[in-house]
Design a protein around this ligand. Structure first.
Ligand code: 3MF
Ligand code: MG
Length: 343
């Protein structure tokens, strides 16, 4: 049996809309989604702040906390745990030009206030982990924002959150593009470096999403290794991506099994699960998938992870060491392929 605990967010069960066409499946309400978690093999729930408290912008702090506490009860009833909460700063008109990096001071103020409410929600749900997917913290034209000012503004927002609560930690989900042309925190090196501009770098870590690393032209397992070396890999968003195009959120391992194997292997080798971190899957069903089986991408991704875990555990490390010592990397490569193919 594995010691891995799996999580996903309610947005991973979705209606199939894309920028060129409408939804193709009925929406499933949040309570019905919660019922699916255990059946699909998952114990952790990832949240956007408004996944937990949908109308939060129209509510007082007290109302928000009351509603989030009611969601916590539902999680308890299902035996589920909230893994993190992420402020959704990319839909409101006030975040059209970014949240923390907006050129409009009133919009920046909104972004920070919304983030403090996100902390209230996280605490009510029983987690101290906040995720920053910095969706619109970037530009469409380089001249529209000063990148020095922008990076400092993100650090200032983090400081305001640390001042508000002494316990919360922030995991930054780096992504190089989409929706923006360029973002200010495109890779995990940027995310970890940003922590050093804040008042407490020990509370800034990261989330690595496989597809985001691939979009940056990087190998996701190396991004994970970099973060693990810094003890900053606090959660992951595993999925797959077929080259440099829109963010696809494909089933984990569906495009490149070897690349997926190396991600599982680096997590396993360096005790990721033993340190209490969950394995998050940020995957979407294909738009063509019929509604009656539109959650299979989640259980499939988990099953592929577990099969690759067996492969990581049965990898012949003695042979690997011998081949490395001989610098016989051709033989090592063939061994990896044969091992993945089942020989
Ligand atoms: C975008 C993403 C996001 C984040 C989510 C939580 C909608 O590419 O991956 O999914 O994962 O906002 O941080
Ligand atoms: Mg993600």
């Amino acid at each position: 049996m594995s010691n891995y605990v799996f999580s996903f967010g309610p947005w991973n069960i979705h209606e199939g809309a894309d920028p060129f066409g409408p939804t193709v499946r009925d929406s499933i309400e949040f309570d019905r989604k919660l019922e699916q978690y255990k059946k699909l093999g998952f114990d952790g729930v990832q949240f956007h702040d408004d996944d937990a408290v949908p109308k939060m912008n129209d509510m007082s702090k007290e109302q928000i906390i009351a509603e989030a506490s009611a969601v916590k009860k539902k999680l308890d009833q299902h035996g589920l745990k909230a893994e993190f909460v992420a402020p959704r700063l990319w839909e409101d008109p006030r975040t059209i030009d970014g949240g923390y990096t907006s050129n409009d001071p009133n919009c920046r103020k909104y972004a920070v206030e919304r983030s403090l409410r996100c902390i209230d929600i996280a605490k009510a749900l029983g987690t101290d982990l906040i995720v920053f997917w910095l969706a619109r913290e970037g530009t469409y034209i380089r001249e529209s924002k000063d990148s020095v000012v922008a990076v400092r503004r993100i650090a200032d927002a983090i400081n305001a959150m640390f001042d508000y609560d002494g316990k919360i930690r922030i995991a930054i989900e780096a992504k190089p593009n989409e929706p923006m042309d360029h973002t200010f925190i495109p890779t995990i090196g940027h995310a970890i470096g940003l922590g050093m501009l804040t008042k407490d770098a020990s509370r800034v870590g990261c989330v690595i999403e496989s597809a985001h690393a691939i979009l940056a032209g990087l190998d996701p397992s190396d991004e994970m290794g970099y973060a693990l070396a810094h003890k900053k890999l606090w959660t992951v968003h595993l999925n797959d991506q077929n080259g440099l195009k829109f963010d696809q959120d494909k089933t984990f391992g569906a495009v490149d099994l070897r690349r997926a194997f190396n991600q599982v292997r680096i997590l396993e080798k360096h005790g990721y699960a033993d340190d209490g971190h969950m394995v998050g899957l940020d995957v979407k069903a294909m738009r063509t998938q019929k509604a009656d089986d539109a959650m299979r991408h989640l259980s499939n991704s988990r099953a592929i992870f577990l099969r690759l875990l067996e492969k990581a555990r049965s990898f012949d490390t003695k042979l690997e060491a011998d081949l490395i010592a001989q610098r016989n990397y051709e033989a090592l490569e063939m061994y990896v392929i044969n091992h993945l193919l089942g020989d």
